[in-house]
Design a protein around this ligand. Structure first.
Ligand SMILES: C[S@@+](CC[C@H](N)C(=O)[O-])C[C@H]1O[C@@H](n2cnc3c(N)ncnc32)[C@H](O)[C@@H]1O
Length: 248
């Protein structure tokens, strides 16, 4: 309920506030989507944490995800929020995106928390590029490697931290983690122009959840702090995730 967010909604806003700011910039840009719905693909969109609010803003969102359970939850959530007619769920995989989405058709593709788990991130970005119309946007959210090294070391997983330090941890079965330079290189190779890079969850994962639950106003203050550092390059290596906006 607006004005009375639950504890889980407060924590969610701390984790995603900066990402929403970036997305809002794309959707509100002059001559963007004021007068027409955007056609949005949310690849690996899961239960609709982004897709459903985007539909509530008036856009058409197609979620493509391999998990039938996630898609069932998505349908329920979209129906509960009254946007079932603007949200479509479909089983599919990022690696085969161009087989289920028409070429050059999407205004915006969300790829949040998925590039980490595919075998070939470079090929996956090519797939996304092929379904975006010229000038369309990619919103990419990926796990950032330096913070992951620190998190593993702090948890006492020193060997895992050491393995991650010098490169890809896919070999250890934990998925890819990316530096900003790696993401920028992959995007350039796939023909994208990077328009924004943001640090996401610089502090959020370090703050005890109980503090956000018990201290009045703490979650809102933390969201403001996350916003204040999101575009400062010196905080990028500390961020749990990188949010990158790029134009096709
Ligand atoms: C970490 S969740 C992120 C969910 C959502 N994008 C978000 O940010 O809230 C990862 C999602 O990717 C989906 N997924 C896993 N492997 C995938 C693949 N190869 N292609 C597309 N989606 C995949 C999972 O089913 C899951 O819904």
């Amino acid at each position: 309920m607006p004005g009375h967010p639950s504890a889980s909604e407060r924590r969610q806003s701390v984790r995603t506030g900066v990402v929403w700011d970036g997305l809002q910039g794309v959707l509100d840009a002059p001559v963007a989507f004021q007068e027409r719905q955007a056609h949005i693909i949310d690849i690996g969109g899961g239960t609709g944490g982004f897709a459903v609010p985007l539909a509530e803003l008036g856009h058409r969102v197609r979620v493509i995800d391999p998990s039938p359970d996630a898609l069932a939850s998505l349908d329920r959530r979209a129906a509960e929020r009254g946007v079932g007619d603007r949200v479509t769920g479909q089983q599919g995989d990022l690696s085969d995106l161009s087989e289920v989405v028409e070429a050059d058709s999407a205004d915006l593709v969300l790829c949040h928390g998925v590039l980490e788990v595919v075998d070939d991130p470079a090929a996956a970005l090519q797939q996304i590029s092929s379904v975006l119309r010229s000038g369309g946007h990619l919103s990419l959210l990926v796990a950032q490697r330096h913070a992951a090294v620190v998190a593993r070391a702090m948890a006492g997983h020193f060997q895992a931290a050491r393995e991650l330090l010098d490169g890809d941890a896919q070999a250890s079965g934990r998925g890819h983690r990316f530096t900003q330079q790696e993401v920028s290189g992959l995007l350039a190779d796939a023909g994208f122009e990077v328009t924004l890079v943001q640090a996401v969850r610089v502090f959020a994962d370090l703050v005890p959840g109980s503090l956000l639950d018990l201290e009045p106003g703490a979650a809102a203050s933390l969201v403001e702090l996350e916003r204040a550092v999101a575009s400062r390059p010196e905080y990028l290596p500390l961020a749990t995730q990188l949010h990158v906006l790029a134009r096709a």
